[in-house]
Design a protein around this ligand. Sequence first.
Ligand code: GLN
Ligand code: ZN
Length: 793
Amino acid sequence: MAVTNPHLPTATILGYPRIGRRRELKRAVESFWAGRTTADELEATARDLRLTTARRLVDLGLDAGNAAVPGSFSYYDQVLDAVALLGAVPDRFAGLTADGGRLPLSAYFTVARGEGDNAPLEMTKWFDTNYHYLVPEIGPDTPIGFVDDRAVREFTELAQPADGGQAVVTRPAFVGPVTFLLLSKPADGSPEGFRPLDRLDDVVAAYADLLRALAAAGAPWVQLDEPALVTDLLDVPFDEVADAVRRAYATLATELSPGADGVAAERPAILVTAPYGDLRSEAGDGLALLAGTDVEAIAIDLVRGAAPTGPVPGLETKTLVAGAIDGHNIWRADLDARLTLLEGLGAELGAEAVAVGTSTSLLHVPHDVADEPRLDADLKSWLAFADQKVAEVVTLATGLTEGRAAVADRLAESTAAVRSRAAAPGVVVPAVRERTAALTAADVERAPYAQRAAAQQARLNLPPLPTTTIGSFPQTSEIRSTRAAWVRGELSDADYTAAMRAEIASTVALQEELGLDVLVHGEPERNDMVQYFAEQLDGFATTVNGWVQSYGSRCVRPPILWGDVSRPAPLTVEWTAYAASLTSRPVKGMLTGPVTILAWSFVRDDLALGDTADQVALALRDEVTDLEAAGIGVVQVDEPALRELLPLRRSAHPGYLDWSVRSFRLSTAGADIATQVHTHLCYSEFGQVIGAIDGLDADVTSVEAARSRMEIVPELADAGYGRGIGPGVYDIHSPRVPSVQEVTDLVELAAKSIDPRLVWVNPDCGLKTRAYAETKESLANLVTAARTVRATL
Ligand code: GLN
Ligand code: ZN
């Protein structure tokens, strides 16, 4: 097969969910991990899935013959795939590689999940999504080469299918070389000053070999994802990133020949994508940068990014893939408006051709709205999951090439859906709007901290170094199966309530026995810290099959926030009050904060995020009032996602921090001065949000700190934080039980860097993923350590 056509078809997508409509890949991978199936069986399932997916995309209207369908499969994670492609495996896993440095499938999973003392690669958020990638560790001596041709084989398998059925010529997709290195961290033992980007030439040489192999296999196009170009949070100045991009693509695009009459191609045509944001910012012009290289096509994000103006030198020989359909959210597009935007774009920018694409991979949305039998019919008509989005792309592409008349019906349908959504009951609820409109600065202010602290101490009478937990206790398999039976209708409401109450009673008794100072009810009734609230609030809907990959085989079903939010009835009061009735010690009510609820839901696109957050905050504020009325004196509002939602451009940070901090304060500032407000943040590196932590104005803030040995405490003190602080002394991510001595040392360390009267003693995070055996021992040690240090104060 020869490279034939340097033009991409007018309809394409940047990627598609990999996990399968019924989570087939998750099941297959997990049964391989459990030893129930062999690697060959797993590979066969994956092959079927790739074939079905590619053919499905062709049925939905993508061109089968010319690289419209992305080859975006992964067994676990696309960044880990790049590690495997390059054989860039950290030393501790070197023994797992086969001849030539290739990672066999089982070893690939070991790098992702760890084994014995060998920690897995660290996991972190992929741009501003809730997808997590594995962080490569690159040092001066990390092996880097083209060691794994899996992607080439996958290309051939679909281009020449063994079953003789529909062939699909895909466009193999990879994390681009610059982004790969910018997302990597220096391997342990790297010399001072070494940066993974120092290995650019090696990575580019390996990618050049990859491109040669793809060309030899007949791949007409390859896709290299360079989302690092849309953020300035990676701590490398734009000029250096630009230099790396120029060097990388001089080698890949200029030095390798794309082939011409009679000359064999050394590489496929190259599409570089820049999803998740704007290529242009005050830091620099990434669009001009890419247009200045010799790649054949550039994909830009027209949902997160503004429509660029031109002309852009270099684009006159390139295809611009206009990411007009949102890959990140689930709303049906206003196709008429999108088509208008597209019609003007090619001429404005001076591009040789315009193709229609998604703004990002469709990885972040579920498969198919048709798989949601229980969603309200109107709501369903406003939604587009992955399959509907492919159809939208195809419609726009047809409209662009054949004219509006060719798609008039579909444009009209889309316009009707947009209108019906705007006018539907529940989307705008006047009472909710009136309430947010009437808010004033006073609604986010509490009395000065000193006054609150005195009133709270008088009420709670806590010892120095009070002990508490972050909220959840182990979610045992009994709890899960009880809930599952109730959801299936096999258990009555009364029986379910009784079972949860019994669980709460035993959790309270355990905490009393352990001698904790501030107790919790243990959250047995919560399936998930966001879904639990979304199911009870007006304005949200939840799905049955709306799974989205979060990391590896883990999937979540984000709720859909479609209308104005209000609270028809109390959300948590009954459970918390029941726990409080069982003990004379203070019980802490447990709520999920507005920012976290938004971060882990599909949010509406017809209202500013800050306004939506205010609505959620008011619902929580009413819950706080009801908890107080039920006698609860301590309320924790969790905001583990506060840092996650930080925009990818620094210039947008002040605006974000303004509304996010404000909404947290709105949810808590109605509390009486004698009610102690806690918050919990799930990480220890505060970086750009450290000022915001203080701004939340919580009476007590608990954070992760065990692994970083309390580093955060002096940092917070330096930033002027002067209220209660609970640095985690017990790493709940591992079953290991910390000794009394270890915890004592950590408590002493914390008490040295900040006024000891502010210090609380608690684990790093909730205990829901732990087992009871280690939980009991760890908490017993924690209480003993707190008492030991307390005695010395
Ligand atoms: N209260 C929640 C729990 O303990 C907090 C979880 C979180 O921070 N992610 O489970
Ligand atoms: Zn946490």
